[in-house]
Design a protein around this ligand. Structure first.
Ligand code: NAP
Length: 350
């Protein structure tokens, strides 16, 4: 069977996307064929498009989606045709193709029932960034009640979920950055961050930002910092840490980026006996085998439960005009420019 897909013909610019017919992959015994209703656009997509993260064009991008189960493999006992699901898709890992397509076939471990109360676009928007934020706060930093948290990039797609998880796990105060009036407003409401905990990073040096973070935490260093931006924000996260603090980063850097981690007095980490964690959601999917994959279904299910209980709100959804190469090209350009407050979502099913 053939389906519509938006295909990246070769690495490079957005002009390399084309609308094409692509083969649908039948599910194997532990796999599920999903009819995609909505997929979201993530920074990893434009990094992949440019050839930074591997793969071999022609290829279909898109790392999360929500949809309806079309068919299940023989070993899948807890999902059936017609169920509404959401999940994480890695075509360079075990998925048949990316989510810019009408169908995707994925191992059962990468799906969970769609959160009750969420639309397909809202669920699609959570499929990648939700588990990412969860793994940062819970699996890596292991935030504890009462611990101060600093999030670089709190208004972003990962950051906004991280804020809500930090609050659910009773960490606080929660401090974060903003680079525009829109971000400040978004952090204040709906995300509920008080004004004195929002650090406007515009026109401030690293030293000034360091002072501002400590001042906003009543003169105290930070227990857990999260780098969802990279570059100087990664440095800032390391600088503001308390003794035995933990910084978790999800952003890769260029080869020439320098961060002193274990080099004596130069290292802000060593002088605080602090830990640096990296977190890459794709890692287990791409480089691990099935025993490593169950964590995705478990965490997607936990997130769905938190949605249902009202602890996690939907992202602000910015729907693309349609499911086409042209609309996806525009979305990539917009996301790459940065500062999108919300999630760009593709209406795969009209
Ligand atoms: N390792 C993983 O598994 C993983 C998973 C998901 C995402 N990521 C990576 O994490 C990053 C964030 O992803 P996302 O989906 O949350 O992106 P996003 O929604 O585009 O958010 C980006 C955030 O960065 C902030 N920002 C932009 N420029 C900044 C600057 N110069 N200084 C401080 N803040 C700045 C933006 O806020 P303002 O507009 O207020 O500046 C926004 O909050 C991306 O690089 C992505 O590739 C990694």
């Amino acid at each position: 069977m053939k389906m519509k897909a938006v295909v990246l013909q070769e690495f490079g610019g957005v002009e390399n996307f084309v609308d094409e017919q692509w083969q649908v992959t039948d599910p194997r015994e532990n796999e599920v064929l999903v009819r995609v209703q909505a997929a979201s656009v993530n920074p990893v997509d434009f990094k992949t498009r440019k050839g930074y993260l591997g793969g071999e064009p022609p290829m279909v991008l898109g790392v999360d989606m929500a949809g309806v189960v079309e068919e299940v493999g023989d070993q899948v006992k807890d999902l059936r045709s017609g169920d509404e699901v959401y999940g994480f898709v890695d075509a360079e890992g075990p998925a048949s193709n990316g989510a810019y397509a009408e169908y995707v076939t994925v191992p059962r471990s990468f799906l969970a029932p769609k959160p009750e109360g969420f639309s397909f676009p809202e669920a699609a928007a959570l499929g990648m960034v939700g588990p990412t934020a969860y793994q940062c706060l819970i699996d890596k930093a292991r935030v504890r009640p009462g611990e101060s948290v600093f999030i670089a990039g709190g208004s972003g797609a990962v950051g906004s979920i991280a804020i809500q998880l930090a609050r659910y796990y009773e960490a606080g105060p929660i401090l974060t950055t903003a680079g525009s009036r829109e971000s400040i407003d978004y952090l204040a409401r709906p995300l509920g961050i008080s004004q004195e905990h929002i650090i406007d990073y515009r026109h401030r040096s690293l030293t000034e930002l360091h002072e501002a973070v400590i001042a906003a935490n009543h003169g105290n260093p930070i227990a857990c910092a999260f780098d969802f931006v990279g570059g100087d924000m990664k440095r800032l996260c390391c600088e503001v840490l308390d003794f035995d603090g933990r910084v978790t980063t999800i952003v890769e850097e260029d080869d020439d980026f320098r961060l002193y981690t274990v080099s004596g007095e130069k290292s802000p980490l060593l002088s605080r006996s602090a830990s640096l964690h990296t977190q890459l959601l794709l890692a287990r999917a791409r480089f691990g085998s099935p025993p490593y994959w169950d964590i995705f279904a478990e965490e997607l299910a936990t997130l769905a439960k938190l949605v249902q209980q009202g602890h996690i709100q939907a992202h602000r959804i910015l729907m693309l005009e349609d499911f086409s190469a042209e609309a996806i090209a525009e979305a990539h350009t917009r996301l790459e420019e940065g500062h999108v407050n919300g999630k760009l979502v593709i209406p795969v099913a009209p």
